[in-house]
Design a protein around this ligand. Structure first.
Ligand SMILES: [Zn+2]
Length: 162
């Protein structure tokens, strides 16, 4: 399942990306472009805008009412019966939606702190924004939030260790 989030749902879009879902998000996108992209790319539309629900979209529209991004995620996972594989966490850049690549640590020694290189088995990089991802404190914080908000029925494997 692929998604497109309206521009009120940026945080939800990044959680969906972190969970591995291909999610389109663009700031200040207008309603017509939102629906056009959703149809062209076969994406389910997630929106806070009730009036959009009156428009016809073949790949489905889910109206999100909650303000809180983690409760939004819980709602979407339940309503859309999402299947989430936690072994896919952080494979996709939360900013760009691109699939990250595992990098050769020898090649990034001048870009990443030596402590990180020494303590992390795997470091990934987004091919678009060049941002690095590893299992540091940021990862742990997000993982905790995801564990507390994703319904257990949605999981296809268990959560990774901290
Ligand atoms: Zn990126």
């Amino acid at each position: 399942m692929k998604f497109i989030c309206d521009d009120n749902l940026g945080k939800l879009a990044s959680y969906l990306r972190i969970l591995g879902f291909d999610t389109h998000f663009e700031e200040n996108i207008d309603d017509d472009s939102l629906l056009k992209t959703a149809s062209a790319e076969k994406r389910t539309l997630l929106t806070r805008d009730r009036k959009l629900a009156t428009r016809i979209h073949p790949y489905g529209i889910l109206i999100i009412e909650d303000d809180d991004p983690l409760r939004q995620l819980n709602f979407a996972a339940t309503e859309l019966n999402l299947k989430i594989d936690p072994s896919n966490l952080f494979n996709r850049c939360s900013k760009c939606n691109e699939i990250c690549r595992i990098v050769n640590k020898d090649e990034i020694s001048d870009e990443v702190f030596p402590f990180i290189l020494k303590t992390q088995a795997v470091i990934k990089q987004c091919p678009s924004c060049r941002r690095y991802y590893w299992k540091g404190s940021h990862y742990k914080n997000i993982l905790k939030k995801l564990i507390s908000s994703i319904p257990e029925e949605a999981l296809t494997s268990s959560w990774p260790d901290f």
